[in-house]
Design a protein around this ligand. Structure first.
Ligand code: GDP
Ligand code: MG
Length: 166
């Protein structure tokens, strides 16, 4: 089984951290500054019976100028071509306008989408429930999976769920 997986989400939600953890080496640039990842970075996670090709997709945000508009189109086309989309959010910051824009884009494609709630090491379990409540009516997510990309909590479970969609 093999397939392409696109990771999208606002800057700093932890996309590169997750990729680095899964691939086990520093393939994507990590930074506190937004927009550091300018290129589509691919990492391949291989097990005995599966191969996951991850794509760190930049450019999913409201375009401010023509170049941004072009990048947006490239990004949306990428979403159309992959087998699965991981929409990653930051458990600490909650729903923002940037997220709403991304959700509108997700509705334009037919690709299955997981909601990945990252940084759960920074919140209380009760807070997690209210985040799930907030998001689950906005889009028909195939799975909702809380993780900590930094500490590795539940990342194995996420990989197992991904495998079902390859
Ligand atoms: P990206 O812009 O979505 O690629 O985000 P990065 O992977 O560059 O992460 C942005 C910041 O969030 C970095 O300082 C990471 O160390 C931090 N971060 C990422 N994942 C987690 C997590 O699960 N828990 C905590 N506490 N911090 C995280
Ligand atoms: Mg990044």
């Amino acid at each position: 089984k093999s397939g392409f997986i696109s990771i999208i989400g606002r800057p700093n939600v932890g996309k590169s951290t997750f990729l680095n953890r899964v691939i086990g080496q520093k393939i994507a640039i990590m930074s506190d500054k937004p927009q550091t990842t300018r290129n589509k970075v691919q990492g391949v996670y291989t097990t005995d019976d599966s191969q996951m090709i991850f794509i760190d997709t930049p450019g999913i945000h409201k375009p401010k100028h023509k170049l941004g508009d072009f990048m947006m189109k490239v990004a949306t086309n990428t979403l159309r071509e992959v087998d699965l989309i991981l929409f990653m959010i930051n458990a600490v910051e909650g729903l923002g306008r940037g997220d709403e824009f991304i959700i509108e884009k997700l509705k334009e494609v037919k690709t299955p989408v997981f909601l990945v709630i990252n940084k759960i090491d920074q919140i209380h379990p009760e807070e997690l429930l209210s985040i799930i409540e907030q998001y689950k009516d906005l889009f028909d997510f195939k799975e909702v999976i809380p993780i900590s990309a930094l500490q590795g909590n539940n990342t194995e479970k996420l990989l197992a769920e991904i495998k079902k969609y390859l």
